[in-house]
Write a protein that binds this ligand. Structure first.
Ligand code: ATP
Ligand code: MG
Length: 467
């Protein structure tokens, strides 16, 4: 049996068509879960390498071996009548250190894999975030999808594949339990363009990671469908008249658009798709930088601005590591103490939660007060509509440019726009979509379930083809 899986940046969901009815996979009481995993054990981090006495002994052993090898090579060279070309002792030590570090990393990855392999230790969704904040240790990975398209060294890639495997296995087991059959097939949604630091190569890497993870999670048959195309398949089922429609999915990590010929009882036909690798999580970072970081000295002390971007970017592990490694003891007060409080385990996650909540509240309310007691006793920030407008201005500009480019590339205006994705809940966002197509009716789908509903349709078609 196939299921549709929406592996979202912020939320994941799965569904199938059972007896002609869309049936969502349930995760406890919920129809979706926050795409976060918490491992009580640590995931290996190359930056944690430090020479313990045991590793020091390994290093000395490696060095002795290297010196012996060098002496033997020198003797062999002399015997051949050649001049030996010995490496300096510093160089030998550097090489030995690299070898010990590599062995350490492999050992760490092996033990992390062993713990990652045992599902009972991992927590998912909101429970993962809570588990992390309560325990003050372990490792929380939020929005791993944001990292799929980034340049990853082989060890980190391995860890990311493990995390994706865990999430997909969690989904497969929940679906198998609920439907009473071993679920082995999946149609997995993908953005038109993954967030990437390597251009188109990033999307290829991301699909590679998802394929590997899905196979390890027990899916034998996997296909991918662009997320806006999936949402289009869902919208298609509600349209009596054949028409050209535009589907706009504004999610947590990406904004995806599809132009499709839909409805009227014929098969849907996706004509084109466009992707903007930005979404709701970027708005959270903007709110944080705009309204919270000045309380930690941004634009008030001579701290490089990128330090604040590092702190706010909770979905970017290398940036978070950079922030946590800084020494803020000499920074002017009160900012030094506040920055050190933000370095405490869980603090950047808390600040990001506060930013996301502020964004959601301010999309419909004129004011919002945020208590930042975890940074400093009685520290609070008041935000208003102007702060919100400033924080989302960049994204609104990107959205407008993308939709204007789409409009310019179409031969005729679409008959309707189907709007989905969590970020489309903000009225300012949906108004901007409407402003780009003033004469076109906006049809609102369920912001959370438009994509997974279409993936379920595609999954049931895959079942019919394999039957
Ligand atoms: N009322 C709201 N106003 C603004 N943003 C909201 C609102 N409700 C939810 N969001 C945002 O919607 C985003 C999640 O949307 P969605 O579930 O569609 O994303 P996703 O499918 O996980 O991500 P992607 O499709 O990009 O991989 C989050 O950034 C969340 O903060
Ligand atoms: Mg989505």
């Amino acid at each position: 049996m196939h299921i549709g899986i929406d592996f979202g940046t912020s939320y994941s969901a799965a569904a199938a068509i059972i007896d002609g009815e869309l049936t969502l996979v349930r995760f406890g009481d919920a129809e979706q879960f926050r795409t976060a995993v918490f491992f009580p054990e640590r995931v290996p981090d190359p930056a944690d390498f430090a020479l313990t006495p045991a590793l020091e002994a390994q290093l000395e052993a490696q060095l002795r071996l290297a010196r012996t090898r060098q002496r033997q090579q020198a003797a062999a060279a002399m015997a051949r009548g050649q001049a030996p070309s010995p490496h300096g002792d510093d160089e030998l030590r550097r090489e030995a250190l690299r070898a010990v570090r590599r062995q350490w990393m492999e050992e760490q990855t092996r033990s992390a894999s062993a713990s990652i392999a045992s599902l009972q230790h991992a927590l998912f969704g909101e429970q993962a975030v809570e588990g992390y904040l309560d325990s003050g240790g372990g490792h929380l990975i939020e929005s791993p999808k944001s990292m799929f398209g980034y340049r990853l060294d082989p060890q980190v890639r391995k860890v990311i594949v493990h995390i994706a495997t865990h999430i997909l296995e969690h989904i497969r087991l929940a679906a198998s339990r609920q439907f009473g059959v071993a679920v082995r097939g999946a149609v997995i949604g993908r953005p038109v363009e993954f967030r990437s630091s390597m251009g188109a190569q990033g999307s290829l890497q991301a699909i590679g990671i998802l394929r590997e993870a899905a196979a390890a999670a027990g899916f034998d048959q996997v296909t991918f469908l662009e997320e806006p195309a999936a949402a289009a398949m869902h919208y298609h089922r509600s349209l009596q008249q054949r028409q050209y429609a535009l589907v706009v999915d504004i999610g947590g990590g990406t904004t995806d658009v599809a132009h499709a010929r839909l409805g009227g009882g014929q098969a849907p036909r996706i004509a084109r798709s466009w992707g903007l690798p930005s979404g709701g999580t970027d708005l959270d970072v903007s709110v944080s930088l705009h309204s919270f970081m000045p309380q930690l000295g941004k634009d008030r002390i001579s701290m490089p601005a990128h330090r604040y971007v590092d702190a706010a970017s909770v979905h970017n592990l290398p940036r978070q590591r950079e922030f946590h490694q800084q020494d803020y003891r000499l920074v002017d007060e009160p900012y030094g103490s506040r920055l050190r409080a933000l370095q405490e385990p869980g603090s950047t996650t808390r600040l990001n939660q506060a930013a996301e909540r502020s964004k959601i509240v301010l999309s419909v309310s004129p004011r919002h007060r945020v208590a930042l007691d975890f940074i400093e006793h009685e520290l609070a920030v008041d935000l208003d509509g102007a702060d919100f407008r400033d924080a989302i201005a960049t994204f609104l500009g990107q959205l407008e440019r993308t939709l204007t480019a789409v409009r310019n590339e179409l031969d005729e205006l679409p008959a309707s726009i189907f709007l989905t994705g969590g970020t489309s809940r903000a009225p300012q966002i949906s108004e901007r979509v409407q402003a780009c197509f003033p004469a076109t009716p906006l049809v609102r789908g369920d912001p959370s379930l438009g994509v997974v509903s279409g993936l379920a349709v595609a999954a049931s078609e895959a079942d019919q083809q394999t039957a």
